[in-house]
Design a protein around this ligand. Structure first.
Ligand SMILES: Cc1cc2nc3c(=O)[nH]c(=O)nc-3n(C[C@H](O)[C@H](O)[C@H](O)COP(=O)(O)OP(=O)(O)OC[C@H]3O[C@@H](n4cnc5c(N)ncnc54)[C@H](O)[C@@H]3O)c2cc1C
Length: 479
């Protein structure tokens, strides 16, 4: 390989959500790009291979099974048991469809250079893959994260699953012990319960999904419990006594619990181990790359993007960071990472969707706000679709003569909440007035009418006696 072949405008390490966003744009824009991942099978990163895609495919199947069982209340009985092999086949097929346009051959045919192998830094602008050296003006580290390993006594006795192995499981465990009540734990836990396992979620915290408001997550907890999931809060697996028996501390008391399989979802850690970052003058603090607000490392020509940046760990957060890096590669006006308008969805049923600023952050910033809450109990669509339990919380800025009243953030728990909040996210991101929702004409009975109801109810509270008197006068004059 000549020196010319080894010189690139930009090298991107990691072909996941973040790395693909940066490299594909730079390639389309005519730059000489080298994209690196460990193997062809790992292109697409966690999202395609061990995360979003397989989990959402599994959730899709579990929803079908659950809905089919619910038909029992109308006299239709469902018989038979699930074939775990076919369930996983569906998951793999879904991944394969996406892999058709996310693989090394596809990218190379399009003219994008791809190197497969473990990358490490050998200099401030130099990367090594399979003993070959590559150089570039700019480097982006988008190496993602790995599941945190469970380290407790007796762990060597059990075979446990995490997100890197659960989607290869070839049977449905009778009793699945899920450790961790974050988004991954509750999504996978509910899916397996619906597929036929008996699921117990052991969670250290006071409530599941710690990034979302407790009032909202409690609704999900109740619904999951109704389906048979056991959720143990402020609890911890202390030790494994055997390959099928654990000691769990619940309310300060140790209880023994048997299980057939364990799924561990206790957090995710940046994947920087093999990168030899010191060669690139990149500082690392406690396993985390030191990053400035422009997503640059201590080597200003090397950026970080996605999970490895240590901010919010979502595919769309990685894409958001990719856009910031792309801006900063081309402009003297550097953009800072700002998560004020970020949103996230936990794809359980009901889904939990949050966006914008949470109440704690609004208070911290001393923004005057009003808390708007509504249940769905009187919403016609929720009545016919049987989800009167759903809830919506919004934070809106206080009425003010100078500024329009706008949505600062909020959360919803409802079936398909991730879709329902999209117009709220649009209003939040674009700092639209709450009147845009008030004035919108919604077809009856779309579920999104709840987004208008909460504003209408709020405005109705503003009908003071003085305003009522004025209305009475106007009515008498004009009629
Ligand atoms: C079970 C599960 C469900 C999830 N569901 C969702 C969801 O519904 N929505 C959502 O937004 N997010 C979800 N996520 C999170 C999402 O998957 C991640 O946030 C996203 O994949 C991060 O993208 P990334 O580009 O930072 O890293 P990744 O997608 O992990 O990509 C990193 C890539 O870098 C490669 N790599 C690492 N080190 C090296 C090296 N030294 N040399 C070469 N290559 C290297 C890896 O092989 C990998 O392909 C989920 C995660 C999990 C685990």
């Amino acid at each position: 390989m000549s020196l010319k072949d080894a010189n690139y405008d930009i090298i991107v390490i990691g072909a996941g959500s973040g790395g693909l966003s940066v490299s594909l744009f730079m390639h389309k824009a005519g730059f000489k790009v080298l994209l690196i991942d460990r193997s062809d099978q790992q292109i697409g990163g966690d999202c395609l291979n061990d995360g979003c895609v397989p989990s959402k495919a599994l959730i899709h199947i579990s929803r079908i099974v659950h809905e089919a069982r619910k038909a029992g209340q109308f006299g239709m009985s469902i018989e038979g048991s699930l074939d775990a092999r076919r369930v996983m086949e569906y998951v793999v097929n879904s991944q394969n469809i996406i892999r058709e346009h996310e693989n090394a051959t596809y990218f190379r045919n399009d003219g994008l250079a791809v190197a497969l192998g473990e990358a490490s830094l050998t200099g401030v602008n130099e990367v090594k893959v399979n003993e070959r050296l590559y150089r570039a003006k700019a480097i982006v580290i988008a190496t993602g994260s790995r599941p945190v390993k469970l380290k407790i006594p007796g762990i060597e006795l059990v075979k446990y699953y995490d997100n890197e192995s659960i989607f290869h499981i070839d049977h449905l465990p009778k009793k699945l012990l899920v450790i961790g009540g974050g988004p991954i734990g509750v999504e996978i836990g509910q899916a397996f319960q619906r597929l036929g396992s008996s699921v117990v979620i052991v969670h250290r915290g006071k409530h599941i999904l710690k990034k979302d408001p407790v009032k909202i997550t409690n609704v999900l907890k109740r619904q999951m419990e109704k389906e048979g999931v056991t959720i143990l809060l402020q609890s911890e697996v202390k030790r494994f006594v055997s390959s099928t028996l654990a000691e769990i501390e619940i309310d300060g008391k140790i209880t023994e619990m048997s299980f057939d399989a364990i799924f561990v979802a206790i957090g995710r850690k940046s994947d920087v181990g093999p990168l030899t970052l010191q060669n690139g003058n990149i500082k690392v603090n406690d396993g985390q790359i030191v990053v400035d607000e422009f997503l640059r490392t201590t080597n200003k020509n090397i950026y970080v993007c996605g999970d490895v940046a240590g901010s919010l760990k979502f595919s769309h957060a990685a894409e958001h960071q990719a856009r910031i890096i792309l801006n900063n590669l081309f402009s003297p006006l550097k953009k800072k990472l700002n998560n004020d308008y970020l949103s996230w969805v936990t794809f359980t049923d009901p889904e939990v969707a949050s966006f914008g600023l949470n109440e704690q952050e609004i208070r911290k910033r001393k923004i005057s706000y009003e808390l708007l809450e509504t249940g769905f109990e009187d919403d016609d669509r929720a009545v016919v679709d049987s989800h009167r339990y759903s809830q919506l919380t919004l934070y809106v800025s206080k009425k003010n003569l100078l500024f329009k009243q706008r949505i600062l953030g909020g959360s919803m728990v409802a079936p398909r909440a991730g879709e329902l909040v999209q117009e709220l996210i649009l209003a939040n991101t674009n700092r639209l007035s709450i009147n845009t929702l008030f004035n919108k004409i919604y077809p009856y009975p779309v579920a999104a009418r709840i987004n208008q109801k909460i504003i209408v109810d709020y405005k109705a509270k503003g009908l003071t006696n003085g305003i009522k008197k004025l209305l009475r006068m106007a009515f008498n004059i004009f009629n």
